[in-house]
Ligand binder design. Structure first.
Ligand code: THG
Length: 294
């Protein structure tokens, strides 16, 4: 029987544990300017005020961790990310997932952060691991790892599993990262491009749980990209992925349809003792005068 690992994240004052026998961890995705022209312009001018609204909305929606990405072309991303992380820490006590493809930005973000961050992300490429894993170790963080390399994003679960094995081997033996601090992104792809890709993701999730017991997180909105009814697809996908063993997702916590599907799946999978969270949420909604039925 494979050990099922737990990943501990912290802010200065709050601890969040990601694990297989726990409620699903919602990582709020909106503190990210990708595809948002006005937000990008504001950030380019040094105006970070929109972040405050995005943080408040993700927290109100029930996020447990906040993903912070400041990928704006033609900016000093390291400086921007460090400032964004300081600002987010002033506004909330939720732990942060530091999201960048730029090594210098990840380092600046880690240096600015007070707590145990989740670094997003490495791949199975030796060079990426060599650049980023020493930082993960130095700042005592956890890390999201994508099972792809320079050549390809593998479209069979077997190849993804091989790359997971490589990442675990290299990260633990060469860089001294604890196995429970490796969170695998099993790679969610758009269903609109090819209707077999989600089955591959689900199979990858099942195998990672059964063969490695690792925690996993993925970009949930990737699945519905380009399709109508995106929230309905998200609300169907996440419970399936949770049943297969997904333990967290980077997602929009503002969306009640998807968040409620996740909470229902927590209850149905036995991760909400006595249904306390489910019932409490229902009562809170009733008290607020917006009960969603019986
Ligand atoms: N895996 C990992 N990290 C990730 C991703 C992943 N980080 C980035 C991304 N994918 C997840 N985060 C977001 C943030 C915002 C949006 C989508 C994913 C978003 N998208 C709008 C859309 O899809 O239509 C575009 C912007 C808009 O119109 O508002 O908002 O997969 N490890």
């Amino acid at each position: 029987m494979t050990t099922l690992h737990e990943t501990v994240l912290r802010s200065a004052t709050k601890e969040v544990v990601i694990g297989h026998n726990r409620p699903f961890c919602l990582i709020g995705e909106r503190i990210n300017p990708t595809g948002r022209r006005i937000f990008q312009e504001q950030l380019r001018e040094g105006d970070l005020s929109a972040i405050e609204r995005d943080v408040a909305a993700q927290v109100a929606g029930g996020a447990h961790v906040l993903d912070v990405n400041m990928g704006v072309p033609l900016t000093d991303e390291a400086d921007l990310l460090a400032r964004a992380i300081k600002l987010v820490q002033e506004r909330t006590d939720l732990p942060i997932c530091i999201d960048s493809s730029v090594v210098e930005a990840l380092e600046a973000g880690l240096a600015a952060y007070d707590g145990r961050a989740l670094v997003n992300s490495i791949t199975a490429e030796d060079e990426r691991m060599a650049q980023i894993l020493p930082l993960v170790k130095k700042y005592d963080a956890a890390v999201i790892a994508l099972p792809n390399d320079a050549d390809e994003i593998p479209m069979e679960s077997g190849k993804r599993l091989e790359l997971v094995a490589k990442i675990v081997e290299v990260a633990t033996t060469e860089y001294g990262i604890a196995v429970q601090d490796i969170v695998i992104d099993p790679l969610a792809m758009p269903i609109g491009a090819d209707t077999s890709v989600v089955q591959t993701t689900l199979e990858t999730i099942r195998r990672i749980r059964d063969e490695f017991g690792l925690n996993m997180s993925l970009g949930a909105s990737n699945v519905s990209f380009g399709m109508p009814g995106r929230h309905k697809l998200g609300a169907a996908f996440l419970p399936m992925a949770m049943a297969a063993g997904l333990t967290s997702a980077i997602m929009d916590a503002r969306n009640p349809e998807i968040v409620e599907a996740v909470k229902a799946a927590d209850l149905l999978l036995g991760h909400d003792d006595w249904g306390m969270a489910w019932i409490a949420a229902h009562r809170a909604k009733q008290a607020a005068g917006q009960a969603g039925g019986q």
